[in-house]
Design a protein around this ligand. Structure first.
Ligand code: ATP
Ligand code: MG
Length: 327
């Protein structure tokens, strides 16, 4: 059975971009493949985190994984920091990664821009991500479009390692959706929707209240026309809202255009508010039940055991191949 691995950072609330570009697709994959879904808490500390928030956000994200439909009896859900092999392999891989390669990473450039201090962890983040993936003999990595470059680096590192030390790693393939892999910010549709954007109206979080959802959509930047037309270049704001509409209702873009012909942005936005609220309602209800049931920690403990078992095999192989003494 082919294996899948992916992760989300517990940096703050999970938004519609994370859901559409990644988590929603995790749910679809769990029936077809052996899936590992990780809360990548070690990635999130590449940017300063308040320890209390990190703790809470990690458990919340695991609960959200389950609330959207990831079933712990089908997929392995775990916290990255509970499996020390991730940090260990990241070091071995760092010693096989070049500074020139990391210098080309656009996420580092974006996230370090204008910051007074930048951690070396933010710089080496893509190598930890490569370790996450390679540790599990992963075939497929479902991610949003923004992670494409990191995936390419992961493949390059794996290919280089295999050449130098002999066949060790499976070369993973990214699974990037043809549509919805880059949901844009509501306040600036030229930027991707991001957890790290401080403007709360730039995004819709999965746990947002109906009034926050309404306000975010009604405030969303569009353009000076009034036509509902999918045109990413000239109408990025409306096109982004149409993408969200289309994914959540499984309606084609052409049908949306037809449905709103001759109607302004107001009607379209009001309908989208209702669509988003009703799509998130069952997730929020399930989330509440999961939190109240207290089952999250048990799921994470079992997940970590399974993840440790699988990753230990690959890590040991790596160490042997590199020449480490193993007793
Ligand atoms: P941060 O700003 O902290 O980096 P983020 O919103 O980029 O947060 P991540 O935890 O880095 O979220 O990414 C989790 C997953 O969500 C990844 O697969 C990523 O590609 C995907 N993703 C993130 N933002 C979007 C987006 N705007 N549209 C589609 N997919 C996205
Ligand atoms: Mg990100």
């Amino acid at each position: 059975m082919k294996r899948v691995l992916s992760g989300v950072q517990p940096t703050s609330e999970i938004h519609l971009g994370n859901y559409i570009g990644a988590i929603k697709r995790f749910v679809e994959l769990q029936n077809e493949m052996d899936c590992f879904f990780c809360v990548v808490d070690m990635h999130s500390i590449t940017i300063p985190q308040d320890p209390k928030n990190l703790y809470e956000n990690s458990l919340k994200l695991a609960a959200l994984y389950m609330a959207v439909g990831i079933d712990p009896s089908k997929a392995t859900i775990f916290l990255q920091s509970q499996v020390p092999a991730h940090a260990e392999l990241a070091w071995y891989l760092q010693c096989n990664t070049y500074i020139g390669e990391l210098n080309r990473m656009t996420q580092f450039k974006d996230k370090s821009q204008g910051k007074e201090v930048v951690t070396t962890g933010l710089y080496t983040y893509p190598v930890l991500m490569a370790a996450d993936i390679l540790l599990y003999d992963t075939h497929y990595v479902p991610v949003g479009e923004d992670q494409k470059q990191h995936l390419e680096l992961c493949r390059d590192i794996a290919i280089r390692f295999n050449k130098k030390f002999g066949e060790t790693f499976i070369i993973p393939e990214p699974l990037i959706a043809k549509f919805g892999a880059r949901i844009m910010s509501l306040d600036d549709p030229t930027k991707k929707m991001s957890k790290s954007n401080e403007n709360k109206y730039s995004k819709i979080n999965l746990l947002d209240s109906p009034s926050k959802i309404k306000k975010s959509i009604m405030k969303a930047v569009t353009d000076s026309e009034s036509e509902i037309r999918y045109d990413v270049k000239n109408k990025p704001g409306v096109s982004n809202l149409m993408t969200i509409y289309s994914v959540l209702t499984k309606t084609s873009l052409e049908d949306i255009e037809k449905r709103y012909e001759g109607q302004g942005y107001g009607t379209f936005k009001k309908d989208l508010v209702e669509i988003v609220i009703s799509s998130l309602e069952p997730i929020q209800k399930k989330y509440k039940e999961i939190i109240e049931s207290g089952e999250v920690e048990k799921v994470l403990k079992e997940g970590a055991e399974k993840a440790k078992e699988v990753s230990h095999k690959i890590l040991t192989d790596v160490k042997k191949k590199m020449g480490f003494v193993i007793f």
